[in-house]
Design a protein around this ligand. Structure first.
Ligand code: ADP
Length: 360
C-alpha cells in the first residue's frame, strides 16, 4: 500500500494536443479517489500516466516514496482494471489470474494460494476452469478485478470498469467494489464519467473539465458547496437549475431578480455578495430544493410556476416548470396528486441556493 502523489502533472499529445494541465493531487494511503468528468476531460490520460501507459509531459508522479516518471508500468507496483477487462481469451480464469504472478516468478504454491483467496473473495471459485468466452460480462469483470487483487499491489487503478455492464449489474458491482475496498484498504484511483458512480464510491472526488481539475473534495462537500457552475451542473440528477439575473437591493434586502423569479437572499449569501449589488449573477438551485408550497419550508420563497410535464418516480416526482419569462425549472418533490391545474405554487429553499459569476 502506498500514497500516490501528482505534482504539476501535464500531458501534451503529439500534434500539440493539450489533454491535461497542472494536476496536483495527493492520494492518501488506503484512500478511494475518483476522477470524474465528461468525455475528453483528461481523466483517462491522468490515470494512464500514473499507470505508466502514457509518458508524462510535465511534472512528477510518485507512488510511495519513489518518483515513477521513468519507470516501466510493470515496475510501478500498481494493478490496473480496464473497461474491456483485457482478459486472455485462450487462458482459463485461473490462468488469467495467475499470469501476472507467473511473469513475476512467484512459486506455484504461492500463486495457487493467492488465486484461490481472491477467487473466494470475489465468489468466482466455480468459474476457475472456464475460458472468458464462457462468462457473463459481470463475471469477466470480477476476473479482471481478481487478476488485480492477486498481485497485492501498492495501488489499484480502475478505468471505467463498470461501463460495459447493464444498469442493474452496474449498481450491484459498484457496491461490491466498495465492500472490497473496505476489506482490502488498498489505495485506489478510479476513473468514471458517471457522477453517481463517483459520488457513491469515492472517499474524495476530483471533478475535471478541459484537462483541468475543477474541485477536489468529499462527495458531500462537492455536492453542497460546488466551487463553480461547471461542478454544480455536473453533479446531481436532474441537474441544478440555473437562472441569469441581477442582484438588486430592495428595502435593504439583497435579492436575485431575473428569469421571472425574485428571490431574497439569505443573510449568509447576502454578506458574501453585497459588493456585487447591481451586477449580473447566475442563481443555481437543485431540483430537490424546490417544494410544494404546502410543505412550508423554513426560509422559503413562494413562486407561481406553470407546469409543463410531470414525471412520476414512485415516492417522488419531477415537475418540469416554466417561469413567467419562459425560463425552465425542474423540481423534484414528494409525489402527490395534482389537480390538473396548469399553475402551481412552489417554494425555493433559499438557504440552499447558489450564486455564480456569469463570466466564469
Ligand atoms: P477522458 O478519459 O476524460 O474521456 P482522455 O484522457 O481520454 O479523456 O482524453 C483527453 C483529451 O486528449 C481528449 O481531447 C482526447 O481527444 C485527447 N487524446 C487522448 N488520447 C490521445 C492520443 N493518443 N493522441 C492524441 N490525443 C489524445
Amino acid at each position: 500500500m502506498a500514497e500516490v502523489k501528482l505534482e504539476s502533472v501535464g500531458k501534451v499529445y503529439p500534434g500539440n494536443i493539450r489533454a491535461v494541465k497542472d494536476v496536483n493531487l495527493e492520494i492518501a494511503n488506503g484512500e478511494f479517489l475518483v476522477l470524474v468528468g465528461p468525455s475528453g476531460c483528461g481523466k483517462s490520460t491522468t490515470l494512464r500516466m500514473i499507470a505508466g501507459l502514457e509518458d508524462i509531459s510535465e511534472g512528477t508522479i510518485s507512488i510511495g516514496s519513489r518518483v515513477v516518471n521513468d519507470l516501466a508500468p510493470k515496475d510501478r507496483d500498481i494493478a490496473m482494471v480496464f473497461q474491456n477487462y483485457a482478459l486472455y481469451p485462450h487462458m482459463t480464469v485461473y490462468e488469467n489470474m495467475a499470469f501476472g504472478l507467473k511473469l513475476r516468478r512467484f512459486k506455484k504454491p504461492e500463486i495457487e494460494q493467492r488465486v484461490r483467496k481472491a477467487a473466494q473473495l470475489l465468489n468466482i471459485e466455480p468459474l476457475l476452469d472456464r475460458k472468458p468466452k464462457a462468462l457473463s460480462g459481470g463475471q469477466r469483470q470480477r476476473v479482471a478485478v481478481g487478476r488485480a487483487i492477486v498481485r497485492e499491489p501498492a495501488a489499484f487503478l480502475f478505468d471505467e470498469p463498470l461501463s460495459n455492464l447493464d444498469a442493474k449489474l452496474r449498481v450491484e458491482t459498484r457496491a461490491e467494489l466498495k465492500r472490497l475496498h473496505k476489506r482490502l484498504q488498498t489505495t485506489t484511483i478510479y476513473v468514471t464519467h458517471d457522477q453517481e458512480e463517483a459520488m457513491t464510491l469515492g472517499d474524495r472526488i476530483v471533478v475535471m473539465s478541459n484537462g483541468l481539475v475543477q474541485q477536489v473534495d468529499s462527495p458531500l462537500a462537492i455536492y453542497e458547496r460546488p466551487l463553480n457552475r461547471f461542478v454544480a451542473g455536473f453533479l446531481g440528477t436532474p441537474p441544478m437549475n440555473f437562472f441569469l439575473g441581477r442582484l438588486i437591493s430592495e428595502q435593504g434586502q439583497l435579492c436575485f431578480d431575473g428569469a421571472g423569479l425574485k428571490v431574497p437572499l439569505p443573510e449568509r449569501q447576502s454578506k458574501r455578495v453585497e459588493r456585487h449589488a447591481g451586477t449580473e449573477v447566475v442563481l443555481g438551485v437543485r431540483p430537490e430544493n424546490v417544494y410544494h408550497a404546502t410543505e412550508s419550508v423554513p426560509g422559503a420563497q413562494t413562486l407561481e410556476l406553470g407546469v409543463d410535464v410531470v414525471e412520476p418516480l414512485g415516492n417522488m416526482m419531477d415537475l418540469y416548470l416554466s417561469t413567467s419569462t419562459g425560463d425552465r425549472l425542474v423540481a423534484r418533490v414528494k409525489a402527490a396528486e395534482l389537480d390538473g391545474s396548469k399553475r402551481l405554487a412552489l417554494q425555493l429553499e433559499t438557504p440552499k441556493i447558489h450564486l455564480f459569476d456569469p463570466d466564469e
